[in-house]
Design a binder for this molecule. Structure first.
Ligand SMILES: Cc1cc2nc3c(=O)[nH]c(=O)nc-3n(C[C@H](O)[C@H](O)[C@H](O)COP(=O)(O)OP(=O)(O)OC[C@H]3O[C@@H](n4cnc5c(N)ncnc54)[C@H](O)[C@@H]3O)c2cc1C
Length: 450
C-alpha cells in the first residue's frame, strides 16, 4: 500500500513538475518574444525620429496608454506598414507621418484606446472653419471631405452628399442663368457631391485641376480598404471592403457616364470672388469664368503642385507625381527637384530607365538620411546623371533644354518623360482668398469613441 502511494506520489510530482516546467518555458518564450518585439519597435521608433517620419503630418492615431491592452488589433487592421507597433506591451506610433488617416486602427481597437487627431501639441495644422452643416464663415461656401479634417474615402463621399443636401435645405434663392453649385475638386467628396447635385436636379459645374478620383487616382498602391460600405448618390450602397484603385475609379467613371455628367479635368479653380448679388465667380487657369449661387470646396489637403511655367510644360509627357513606377521602363527621364519626392522618384526609376536629375541648387539639403545615402551611392556608381545648379528652360517632344546660368552653355538632353517636384502650394492661401477663415489646431481630436 505504502509503495503504491509512493508510486502515485512520484507520478503526480512528475506530472505537476512537467506542467510547471512547460508553463515556465512558455512564460520564458512569451516574455522573451515580447522583449524582442519591444526592442524591434523601439529601434523602428528611433529610426523614424532620425528620418523625420515620427511627427504626424495630418490625421493620425493617438493611443491612450492607460486603456491600451496591447492586443495588436490596430496593427493587424492598418493597411499601411509600421504606423503602429507594440513596445512594452502597449501600442505605440512609429512612422506617424506615413499615416493616411485611414482610421482602421481606431475601428479595430477592442478597448477604444485610440482616437484620431489632427496636429500635435507642438505642431499645429490649419483647419478651415465649418459648422455642422459644412458651411464656412462665408455664407454659401461649403466644405466637404478631407479638407475639413476628416479623411477616408467613405467619409468624404458621405460629406459630399450631405453638403449638397444642406445646400438644398438652406433654400438660398435661385438666380436665373446662375449655376446652383460650383464644385471644386473631383476626389471622393467632389464626385459624390456632383452625383448628389444631379440626383436632386440642381445645376452644377465640377472643376478638377488634375484627374477624376483625386487622391485615390494618385495612390502609389492598388489596394484600397474601406471599413464600411459607402452610399454613392445615383448608385446606392457600394459594398467594397477591399478593392483596387482601378475598380473604384471605374465604378465612379461608370456612374458619371451613365448620368451624362461632365467633370472638367485639368481645370484649376484659381480664384473665387463674392459678387454683389451674393453669387460667386470662379476663375480658372484656362481663363474661364463660372458664376455660381453656392460653392462646395472638395479640394482635399494636398494642395497643388508648383509649376515651372516654362514652354512645353503642359505636354502630356510632364507629370508632378509618380504613379505605378513598375510600368515605366526603357525611358529617358528628367526628374526636376532636390527634395525627398524627387530623390525617391529617381531611386524608383533608375534601375529600368535612363534617369537625369536637374536641381537648381549646388547641393542637396534636408534629405531623409536613407535617401541621401542611396542617392549618393547611385551618383558614385554612375547609375544616374545629376545636373546641379541647373534649371529646365523648355520641354520639347524628344528633348529638354537645361540652363546652367550666365556664361555657361545650355545643354539639350534627350528625353521621353519629365517629373517635376518643385514643391506645392497649400490650399490655405486659396481658401483665404475665398474668404474662408482658418485656425491652427494643436492635437485636435477628430474622432473619439463614446
Ligand atoms: C497613399 C494613400 C492611401 C490611402 N488609402 C486609403 C484607403 O485605402 N481607404 C480610404 O478610405 N482612404 C484612403 N486614403 C485617404 C483618402 O484617399 C482620402 O481621405 C480621400 O481621397 C479624401 O477625399 P477628398 O475628396 O476630400 O480629397 P482628395 O481625394 O484629395 O481630392 C481633392 C481633389 O481636389 C483637387 N483640387 C485641389 N485644388 C483644386 C483647385 N484649386 N481646383 C480644382 N481642383 C482642385 C485635387 O486635384 C484633388 O483631385 C489614402 C490616402 C493616401 C494618400
Amino acid at each position: 500500500m505504502d509503495i503504491l502511494m509512493e508510486e502515485v506520489f512520484i507520478e503526480q510530482i512528475i506530472i505537476y513538475g512537467s506542467v510547471l516546467i512547460l508553463c515556465a518555458i512558455t512564460i520564458y518564450f512569451y516574455v522573451r518574444n515580447k522583449k524582442v518585439i519591444s526592442k524591434e519597435t523601439e529601434k523602428k521608433v528611433a529610426i523614424a525620429k532620425e528620418e523625420g517620419l515620427f511627427e504626424p503630418i495630418s490625421l493620425h492615431p493617438y493611443i491612450d496608454l492607460n486603456m491600451c491592452i496591447g492586443s495588436a488589433a490596430c496593427i493587424e487592421d492598418c493597411p499601411e506598414k509600421d504606423i503602429i507597433g507594440i513596445a512594452n506591451g502597449k501600442a505605440t506610433v512609429i512612422n506617424t507621418s506615413n499615416c493616411i488617416g485611414h482610421g482602421a486602427c481606431f475601428h479595430g481597437c477592442p478597448v477604444e484606446a485610440i482616437s484620431l487627431r489632427i496636429g500635435t501639441e507642438t505642431r499645429g495644422v490649419d483647419l478651415p472653419h465649418v459648422n455642422e452643416i459644412f458651411e464656412t464663415n462665408t455664407k454659401g461656401v461649403y466644405i466637404a471631405g478631407e479638407l475639413g479634417g476628416m479623411g477616408l474615402i467613405k467619409n468624404s463621399v458621405e460629406q459630399g452628399k450631405q453638403a449638397v443636401e444642406n445646400i438644398i435645405k438652406s433654400k438660398k434663392v435661385k438666380v436665373p442663368n446662375v449655376i446652383d453649385i460650383g464644385i471644386i475638386g473631383a476626389g471622393p467628396a467632389g464626385i459624390s457631391a456632383t452625383l448628389a447635385a444631379k440626383k436632386h436636379g440642381l445645376t452644377s459645374v465640377t472643376l478638377e485641376q488634375d484627374s477624376l478620383g483625386g487622391t485615390v487616382y494618385t495612390f502609389p498602391r492598388q489596394k484600397i480598404v474601406m471599413t464600411a460600405p459607402m452610399d454613392l448618390p445615383l448608385y446606392g450602397k457600394v459594398k467594397l471592403y477591399e478593392t483596387s484603385k482601378d475598380e473604384l475609379l471605374k465604378l465612379w467613371e461608370k456612374v458619371i457616364k451613365a448620368h451624362d455628367i461632365e467633370i472638367k479635368e485639368n481645370t484649376k479653380a484659381e480664384n473665387i470672388n463674392l459678387l454683389n448679388n451674393n453669387t460667386f465667380k470662379i476663375t480658372t487657369n484656362k481663363g474661364e469664368e463660372y458664376i455660381c449661387n453656392n460653392i462646395l470646396l472638395a479640394i482635399g489637403r494636398r494642395g497643388s503642385p508648383r509649376k515651372l511655367n516654362i514652354p512645353g510644360e503642359n505636354s502630356m509627357k510632364v507629370a508632378y507625381r509618380l504613379i505605378e513606377s513598375e510600368r515605366i521602363k526603357n525611358k529617358k527621364i528628367m526628374v526636376v527637384g532636390g527634395g525627398d519626392s524627387a530623390i525617391e522618384t529617381v531611386l524608383l526609376l533608375k534601375d529600368t530607365n535612363n534617369v537625369t536629375l536637374s536641381y537648381r541648387k549646388d547641393k542637396f539639403s534636408r534629405l531623409k538620411p536613407k535617401n541621401r545615402e542611396k542617392i549618393m551611392g547611385a551618383i558614385e556608381k554612375n547609375t544616374i546623371q545629376v545636373l546641379l545648379n541647373s534649371n529646365l528652360t523648355s520641354i520639347n517632344d524628344t528633348s529638354v533644354l537645361v540652363n546652367f546660368g550666365e556664361n555657361k552653355p545650355p545643354k539639350i538632353v534627350d528625353n521621353d518623360l519629365v517629373y517635376i517636384f518643385a514643391g506645392g502650394e497649400l490650399p490655405t492661401a486659396f481658401l483665404q482668398k475665398a474668404g474662408v477663415e482658418i485656425t491652427k489646431r494643436f492635437g485636435y481630436i477628430m474622432k473619439k469613441h463614446k
